[in-house]
Design a protein around this ligand. Structure first.
Ligand code: SF4
Length: 590
């Protein structure tokens, strides 16, 4: 790979075979021409690489990473899309991460990376421009802290250029089905268990760096559009929310609207919300805000947690990133009412490298079960969970990662598996097998999570449609139409790997201008069609993995706890799901 003009690296797919420790680069202009990059290209590479019936943790199971045509070139085009078969749900695995990874891939000259096989020993991969090496990771395998792994690799791999280090912790090594992949310390491929797939391949980390150059067709046109986008971000109020309090700004409004899942969704109002609100974190714990590479927003909020460890005023200081979903999962959902308690729990999960939302939901379900005395002392190893008990939640997290017995192994497989084995399925709060991310706003959210390809609130933003419905009149058909519209526009945005927080900046008009500045001509109609096509291609993959919307079931807890828009009627949800299927796939359904 060499980087001498604008298109270099845009079409290069780096294929890595861990079993034989070999690699090759193939130019795939055909994929870029049709699907641009990101979710579109990753979906097509998964179609090519995934052989039907392959287990998520089998050596042949592929991992695909893709960036987009504007990565490293325009502000907020920061995401890398990862695709894999999820070991948590058994079906479609898609996760997005920021940090420096997209920039490093771009300057190393590869737009996608496909990884298959299983290394015979623990390894980490280094990619520097066109040099690929497989290195022994036995000395860092088993280290309990993802932060320390990053520090070690930064020291032993002093590659120059723009660099990113992604790695797993003990959760991924031990096969916890919702293990994450840490990206540059404060970002993650968080959801659906990519960390466990890394672990199953004996792949500890990837360090990638590059020092190539990108040329654009007309530097004056590029500079003008860059400046317009940059100015729109930093000199208007459009992104202020994300920079100011960050996503934790949502805690108090959602609480007031009764949409904040609390104590395993037994309530949607947390009486101590003020103490763990974005405002309180910002006033008393926030020490800095940082950004993904090439983003001027700075939405990543870092808190300082100072803990005493000696008699003579000895302190340990930890810097911990926090977000709305994390504060919900380990705060309101577990009845934890102090910022220190929430930060302790976040930090423990971060060091193990595990999806914090899934941990919070698994522990919420386990707390209800525990309080109903459904587990034996032998099963829990004496850890008795109750709401707000941080000390025992920390012990439970340690045991889930360690999985010393059948009980904790079940918890490490997610809330669906654990509740099927031990009971309490009615209050195992998941959608499509994925633990829910913290919004109980109404039918839009529930249907959005069910139909979304990742079962994520970011697929179509159903929670925000509910908030609009709360303020005014939206018919059921309006809600379904908006979900489809959002699914499709987000398909186009994520094929370009634009951070979804910046979707207000990147209108169709801006996207068209930015693409033109790097020599790609697309009309609004073509982008709309692209979003729809990607959605359909992903559903083809989902079917290969065994998913059908007809099989979706809902825990009854969703219909027993009032949402922002009141009680949710199950029959109404089923009717709207049918309406969605009809609008998407016609009378014949999915
Ligand atoms: S808004 Fe936040 S998550 Fe998005 S690119 Fe910027 S720093 Fe990263």
């Amino acid at each position: 790979m060499s980087n001498t003009n604008s298109s270099i690296g845009l079409a290069n797919v780096l294929y890595i075979d861990l079993t034989n420790e070999t690699s090759k680069v193939v130019e795939r202009q055909d994929l870029i021409d049709t699907y641009l990059g990101g979710t579109g290209v990753a979906t097509m590479l998964m179609h090519e690489e995934f052989k039907e019936g392959t287990d998520a943790l089998a050596p042949e199971s592929p991992i695909v990473f893709s960036i987009g045509p504007l990565s490293g070139i325009f502000p907020c085009c920061t995401k890398v899309v990862a695709m894999f078969r999820s070991p948590l749900t058994g079906e479609f695995g898609e996760s997005h991460a920021g940090g420096r990874l997209a920039m490093a891939m771009r300057f190393a000259g590869c737009s996608s990376v496909v990884i298959t096989g299983r290394a015979k020993r623990p390894v980490y991969i280094t990619i520097h421009n066109n040099e690929i090496a497989f290195k022994d990771a036995s000395s860092i395998w088993g280290l309990s802290s993802t932060t320390d792994i990053g520090k070690i690799l930064r020291n032993v791999e002093p590659n120059i250029g723009k660099r990113s280090i992604i790695r797993i912790g003990s959760a991924g090594e031990n096969g916890v089905r919702y293990a994450s992949v840490n990206v540059d310390t404060y970002r993650h491929f968080g959801r659906l268990g990519l960390g466990a797939v890394f672990g199953s391949k004996n792949l500890k980390a990837i360090e990638i760096s590059g020092d190539g150059e990108i040329e654009v067709p007309d530097i004056n046109v590029y500079s003008k559009i860059y400046k317009e986008i940059f100015t729109n971000i930093v000199e208007t109020d459009l992104m202020e929310k994300y920079h100011n309090l960050g996503t934790t700004e949502n805690i108090l409004p959602l609480n007031e609207l009764s949409g904040l899942p609390t104590r395993n969704l037994q309530q949607t109002f947390f009486e101590y919300a003020e103490t763990i609100s974005g405002e309180n974190f910002a006033d008393n714990y926030l020490v800095r805000k940082i950004s993904c590479a090439n983003c001027p927003i700075g939405c990543i909020h870092i808190a300082m947690l100072k803990t005493s460890f000696g008699h003579s005023h000895e302190y340990e200081v930890r810097h911990i990133s926090y977000d709305y979903e994390l504060v919900y999962a380990l705060g309101t959902n577990l009845g934890v009412l102090t910022p220190e308690g929430v930060l302790e729990l976040i930090d423990r999960c971060e060091q193990y490298g595990v999806d914090i939302i899934s941990v919070g939901v698994v522990l919420g379900w386990a707390t209800e079960m525990s309080m109903q005395k459904k587990f034996t002392n032998e099963e829990t190893k004496g850890v008795s969970l109750k709401w707000g008990d941080v000390k025992n939640y920390l012990l439970a997290i340690d045991l889930i990662i360690e999985s010393p017995n059948e009980f904790y192994s079940a918890l490490a497989k997610g809330v669906v598996f654990a509740s099927k084995k031990y009971g309490g399925e009615d209050f195992a709060i998941h959608a499509g097998g994925l633990e829910i991310p913290g919004y109980h706003t109404g039918v839009g959210n529930l249907i959005g999570l069910s139909v979304g390809v990742r079962h994520s609130h970011l697929d179509n933003g159903g929670y925000s449609i509910d908030q609009k419905a709360f303020k005014g009149d939206l018919s059921d058909e309006d809600i379904v139409d908006t979900l489809i519209f959002e699914d499709d526009i987000r398909g186009a945005l994520t094929s370009i790997t634009i951070c979804l927080f910046a979707r207000g900046i990147y209108t169709y008009g801006t996207i068209i201008e930015a693409l033109a500045a790097v020599g790609i001509e697309r009309s609004e109609e073509e982008l709309v069609k692209l979003g729809k096509d990607i959605f359909m291609k992903k559903y083809e993959l989902k079917r290969k993995f065994g998913f059908s919307l007809d099989d979706v079931t809902f825990p009854s807890r969703f219909f027993e706890t009032a949402s922002t828009n009141g009680m949710i009627d199950e029959a109404r949800v089923q009717n709207m799901l049918s309406m969605y299927k009809k609008k998407r796939w016609g009378a014949g359904g999915e």
